[in-house]
Design a protein around this ligand. Structure first.
Ligand SMILES: Cc1cc2nc3c(=O)[nH]c(=O)nc-3n(C[C@H](O)[C@H](O)[C@H](O)COP(=O)(O)O)c2cc1C
Length: 189
């Protein structure tokens, strides 16, 4: 089997439009039904939906947990969340699977927890690769994407999107059952 991978010269939001185009191409040649996207503000999720609206795909968005930047605040506004809902896209907001309460332990007492080591290891490939692993656990645990069938996951570096994969999600209790089948595009480390 031959599949192409696109490597971006630099990470970051400049790659958002290109990656959405590449995801669309890959979806056209597959029978994948779900796309999991990390879109903190919802901006990339809206762009993605605009591009994929002629495909029979369920897009599910994952934003940061409340309090990530500011106490009691979510990164996505109520208006954008509602707009996404109107377009059929659910936004999940919850505890981050690859940091969790462990992050409080390392912040308060120092060191690093095993889950954070998993996150850092994925980041050696790309930030977005870690994000794809993390959001698919979160969305699978929320019952919003299926476990046991291939989905597309898309993440980025800080903002926007630069990494897309075809993968099989896993719940947090079986995280090592997660499978990465194909890299569609990523920034070249
Ligand atoms: C749960 C979650 C975890 C994230 N973790 C990281 C991370 O570890 N490193 C990183 O560069 N970006 C991280 N991001 C950012 C995303 O990869 C992506 O760039 C961003 O959500 C796009 O949002 P936008 O549509 O508002 O630009 C994370 C986003 C979410 C929702």
């Amino acid at each position: 089997m031959e599949k192409s991978i696109t490597y971006f010269e630099k990470p970051g939001p400049i790659n958002t439009d290109a990656i959405i185009g590449l995801v669309k191409e890959r979806l056209r040649e597959s029978d994948i039904k779900y796309v999991a996207v990390a879109s903190s503000t919802g901006v990339s999720a809206l762009k993605l939906n605009q591009a994929l609206k002629d495909l029979d795909i369920t897009i599910v968005n994952c934003s940061h947990h409340a309090g990530f930047k500011e106490v009691n605040k979510t990164r996505i506004s109520a208006e954008t969340r509602a707009q996404l809902e109107d377009e059929g896209i659910v936004t999940f907001i919850g505890s981050h699977a690859l940091s969790g309460v462990g992050k409080s332990i390392s912040k308060k007492f120092g060191g690093i927890t095993p889950v954070e080591i998993i996150a850092s290891t994925y980041r050696t490939i790309s930030q977005g690769f870690k994000v794809c692993a993390e959001i698919t656990i979160m969305l699978a645990d929320a019952g919003l994407i299926p476990v046991g069938e291939e989905v597309v996951a898309i993440g980025g570096t800080g903002s926007g999107l630069d990494t897309a994969v075809v993968m099989t999600a896993a719940n947090m209790t079986n995280a090592f059952d997660m499978k990465f089948h194909e890299i569609i595009a990523m920034p070249r480390p």
